[in-house]
Write a protein that binds this ligand. Structure first.
Ligand SMILES: Nc1ncnc2c1ncn2[C@@H]1O[C@H](COP(=O)(O)OP(=O)(O)OP(=O)(O)O)[C@@H](O)[C@H]1O
Ligand SMILES: *[C@@H]1O[C@H](CO)[C@@H](O)[C@H](O)[C@H]1NC(C)=O
Ligand SMILES: *[C@@H]1O[C@H](CO)[C@@H](O)[C@H](O)[C@H]1NC(C)=O
Ligand SMILES: *[C@@H]1O[C@H](CO)[C@@H](O)[C@H](O)[C@H]1NC(C)=O
Length: 445
């Protein structure tokens, strides 16, 4: 693996050109002779890229608000040569990802380049013995990803902030794309977060799949769909790996050509009159969302009343009965029920037994824990109302009082802190504190 500084030195070319130049004319390799099969592969990728870029330009033309060109504010080689604090954040088979701080603003970005010691290039070198040709082969993937990121715009797709690549000055095809920086998705960590946060990740994903199914480039399938293709940026899930995507629906002569295969399941789809497998891209995405995300993130510790609806979503996506539109609608329904507190079972009220006091806050010391808590110091949960908090406090033997804090979650629900030790409370602030009537010595407050 090259040192980050060495990598940057390689790519710091003087000018930034629009992508149109990249693919405007077929260029040919001028250096060492290439094995014919590698040459063919390179030509195939080049054609593939020009076709994609042409359709991206066409879609940008027909629907200007959606097409996104490289604008004058886009970052380029000049900014890249001045970055500091370069560190590795991730790598895959094809690409190496560094983080770096921009000159002037100091804002951090992710820099993607070809992973010269990654599996893609190494396997190619083993086969063809031509490192430069193999580098170029991989660089096409990066360029393809760049075209997708330029043509698609959605909060669930990582934002392309610029690029450094100049085909006329750069026969080596050193490509660097500059992206917003995220943090890799940690599935294990995510499994330990409250249901509301896991639901958010699934909802973000469904919104992305809905966009991809109806995108300006047609229905887009993520062929390599795994949690490691996603990152989190400011609490939003975003796809970052877009080099292996398809905008073509599989061509067919009859229904028998349209099977969608997964390790655990095979689906038979219809062949349309136009000779395409109907909805195959959208369905592939949905089943992958089901098997990699929904099954793990959606059901556990969901509010009791929402569980049948979530089960129905799992069943419908797992059997591909829902398309992207229906799935999104079902998720929005769950969100609505959750936000409105309609999942709460109407039981007798507990709150009226509590003594409400305004103007206390907690010392922030450790108290009893619960799972899954929003705070590692104690038991902090998102609640719909003080009424729901009272029900929770009643169900926790340790709970003697709770505070409705001014902090809220992404759904706008307040966080409530449940505590056992009244000495944790001190006067001051605007929070409401509710004290269990049985709590001893509350009068000492
Ligand atoms: N914008 C970003 N911010 C932070 N980390 C990122 C970003 N983009 C990618 N990464 C990290 O770098 C890794 C490699 O990036 P990417 O998936 O694009 O490369 P790849 O070679 O195509 O990977 P794969 O082998 O999974 O196909 C990702 O798994 C992710 O953890
Ligand atoms: C959906 O429910 C039906 C009927 O109960 C069942 O046969 C099927 O296996 C379920 N599918 C999934 C993916 O859970
Ligand atoms: C899904 O919704 C989009 C608009 O959000 C619409 O354009 C499209 O036709 C719908 N698709 C189906 C299959 O209903
Ligand atoms: C309650 O808090 C006080 C002061 O922080 C501490 O001395 C006491 O041990 C705590 N009691 C319990 C039961 O945790």
């Amino acid at each position: 693996m090259p040192r980050p500084e060495a990598l940057l030195a390689l790519v710091a070319a003087p000018a930034l050109l629009a992508l149109t130049l990249v693919i405007s004319g077929p260029w040919r390799l001028t250096d060492a002779p290439l094995p014919p099969s590698l040459m063919q592969e390179l030509e195939r990728r080049e054609m593939d890229l020009s076709r994609l870029a042409a359709s991206a330009r066409a879609s940008a033309f027909s629907s200007p608000p959606l097409g996104r060109a490289v604008t004058s504010e886009a970052l380029g080689c000049a900014e890249l040569s001045g970055v500091t604090g370069v560190r590795l954040v991730g790598s895959g088979i094809t690409k190496l990802v560094l983080r770096a701080a921009l000159p002037l603003s100091g804002g951090e970005v992710a820099l993607k380049s070809v992973h010269t010691t990654g599996g893609d290039v190494s396997r190619c070198v083993q086969r063809y013995g031509h490192p430069r040709g193999c580098y170029r082969l991989a660089a096409y993937k990066l360029l393809k990803e760049m075209v997708f990121l330029q043509s698609l715009e959605h909060p669930g797709i990582i934002k392309l902030q610029g690029q450094c690549y100049n085909p006329s000055f750069d026969p080596e095809m050193k490509v660097v794309t500059i992206l917003e920086l995220g943090t890799p998705l940690e599935m294990i960590q995510l499994l330990q977060t409250p249901w509301e946060e896991r639901f958010k990740v699934c909802l973000d994903l469904v919104e992305l799949l809905h966009y991809l199914a109806n995108s300006p480039l047609g229905s887009v399938a993520l062929l390599d769909f795994q949690p490691r293709q996603f990152v989190m940026v400011n609490g939003l899930l975003k796809v970052t790996d877009m080099d292996d995507v398809s905008t073509e629906e599989l061509p067919c002569k009859g229904d028998e050509d349209c099977t969608l295969e997964f390790p655990t399941k095979t689906f038979s789809l219809k062949c349309t009159a136009h000779g395409k497998c109907e909805g195959i891209n959208e369905k592939r995405n949905l089943f992958n969302a089901y098997r990699y995300f929904f099954t793990y993130l959606l059901p556990h510790t969901a509010p009791f009343v929402l569980q049948p609806i979530l089960k129905e979503i799992l069943n419908a996506t797992g059997d591909l009965r829902y398309g992207a539109n229906e799935t999104l609608r079902a998720f929005q329904k769950v969100l609505h029920l959750y936000k409105a507190g309609l999942y709460l079972q109407k039981k007798s009220s507990h709150l009226k037994e509590y003594i409400a006091l305004k103007g206390f806050h907690t010392t922030g010391v450790e108290d009893y824990k619960c799972w899954p808590s929003y705070s590692h110091l104690g038991c902090m949960l998102s609640v719909h109302s003080a009424e729901e908090a009272a029900t929770i406090c009643n169900a926790h033997p340790q709970c003697q009082h709770f505070i409705i804090t001014l902090q809220t979650t992404w759904t706008g629900r307040p966080l409530a802190l449940f505590q056992s030790n009244l000495t944790d409370l001190i006067p001051g602030g605007d929070n409401m504190v509710y004290v269990k009537p049985s709590a001893t010595s509350w009068a000492s407050l």
